[in-house]
Design a protein around this ligand. Structure first.
Ligand SMILES: O=c1ccn([C@@H]2O[C@H](COP(=O)(O)O)[C@@H](O)[C@H]2O)c(=O)[nH]1
Length: 234
């Protein structure tokens, strides 16, 4: 099975996260550990998730000076995670330092992904930050910079997927949060797409948290979405 869905484990406590993943099938999805859960559970939690045969996207979005980010991604590589990320807006030197830091891990290195513009941000909010170019142009520029610095792909909205695949290349990995089944609550996400639209746009990995976790039957919701998108190969 092509495990394109990455379930966001946005729980406060490690035991809640482990209880939840014990209902899931590691052949069906990967899981994402973000700032809240990693702060609570740390490396022991990552080991407990690995012991359950799940691949982990460590979503800590490192954004700091090059030396600090390089050390942080190397520490993530030591944990044996499948994917780790940094902010593309950390700039060229930071991105290159992150890449260089995981080179020694060879085939065991995690996929290194850069966040372009958070999916919770709108074009208006980006302007407020002083970014004058249109949002899609800014996302594309950050994706191109990330590719030039040797990163494996980016986090973006599925709304930008076609543009990035066309301009940067089909092999450049796109990881997209902000996935919402038709008619479901958007919460704090601004740039959303349905799972079907995201796959049709060329997305590689769909990050989904609340639409799965908060559904009445998370296992059934995940299975239904996985089945629907598995027929939409790209
Ligand atoms: O641009 C970004 C980067 C990361 N995220 C993370 O993805 C999940 C989305 O959860 P939902 O409940 O499906 O909204 C969450 O862990 C974010 O920290 C993102 O949403 N956007």
């Amino acid at each position: 099975m092509n495990k394109r869905i990455v379930v966001a484990l946005d729980f406060a406590q490690p035991n809640e996260a482990l209880k939840f993943i014990d209902t899931l099938d590691p052949q069906q999805c990967r899981v994402k550990v973000g700032k809240e859960l990693f702060t609570a559970g740390g490396p022991d939690l990552i080991a407990a998730i690995h012991a359950r045969n799940f691949e982990v996207f460590l979503d800590l979005k490192f954004h700091d000076i090059p030396n600090t980010v390089a050390k942080a991604v190397a520490a993530a590589a030591e944990l044996g995670v499948w994917m780790v990320n940094v902010h593309a807006s950390g700039g060229e030197a930071m991105l290159k330092a992150a890449r260089a830091a995981i080179e020694p891990y060879g085939e065991k290195a995690p996929l290194l992904i850069a966040v372009t513009v958070l999916t919770s941000m709108s074009a208006e909010e980006l302007k407020q930050l002083g970014v004058q170019r249109p949002l899609q142009e800014h996302v594309l520029a950050l994706a191109k910079l990330s590719a030039q610095c040797g990163l494996d792909g980016v986090v973006c909205s599925a709304q930008e997927a076609e543009l990035i695949k066309t301009e940067v290349g089909r092999d450049f990995i796109l990881v997209t949060p902000g996935i919402r089944p038709a008619g479901s609550a958007t919460h704090d996400q601004q740039r959303i797409m349905t799972p079907q639209q995201a796959v049709a746009a060329g997305v590689d990995y769909l990050v989904m948290g609340r639409p799965i976790r908060e559904s009445k039957n998370p296992v059934a919701t995940l299975s239904a979405i996985a089945d629907e998108i598995s027929s939409l190969a790209h």
